[in-house]
Design a protein around this ligand. Structure first.
Ligand code: FES
Length: 156
């Protein structure tokens, strides 16, 4: 979501106001920021830091500790490729490479047009379908590198 500086300030103040003078607000605040903006944007962190007198370094150490927080914008679709053992043995690296080649997306990166984010992950719990890729919440099992294009085209 693209907010102007003024809109962002308003949104951030709305999120942090209930936490003024209270302990334990940092994680719920970060969750709410991410929910509102899609990621934990630096200008928003700056406002939280100034308003709640929490050093930026402390906010970032919490945000980077938890995998749930993203510090850069994410794509509209998140593509996960399983890199667990069963999927690896059945060629998930080639699927990952095919996705990188077709989207120009780096591992753990996002395409410039914000269409896709690409995340290699450990076992997705569907080893019988190896190799597995997941786009948003749709699972594609027994996938093959030459089938990647058709899968990605479903997500415009
Ligand atoms: S190793 Fe890929 S789903 Fe389990």
């Amino acid at each position: 979501m693209n907010l102007s500086a003024e809109e962002m300030r308003k949104k951030v103040l709305e999120i942090i106001d209930p936490w003024r003078g209270r302990e334990g607000g940092l994680i719920p605040i970060l969750q709410a920021l991410q929910g509102a903006m899609g990621y934990v944007a630096e200008p928003a962190v700056k406002i939280v830091s100034e308003e709640l007198k929490i050093p930026m370094s402390e906010i970032y150490s919490v945000a980077t500790f938890y995998a749930q927080f993203h510090l850069t914008p994410r794509g509209r679709h998140v593509v996960r490729v399983c890199r667990g053992t069963a999927c690896h043995v059945r060629g998930s690296l080639k699927i990952l490479d095919a996705i990188k080649e077709q989207t120009g997306c780096a591992e753990n990166g996002t395409t410039e047009d914000l269409r896709f984010s690409l995340e290699p992950v450990a076992c997705l719990g569907a080893c019988g379908l190896a190799p597995v890729m997941v786009v948003d919440d749709q699972t594609f099992g027994r996938s093959a590198p030459d089938g990647v294009r058709a899968i990605l085209e479903q997500f415009l």
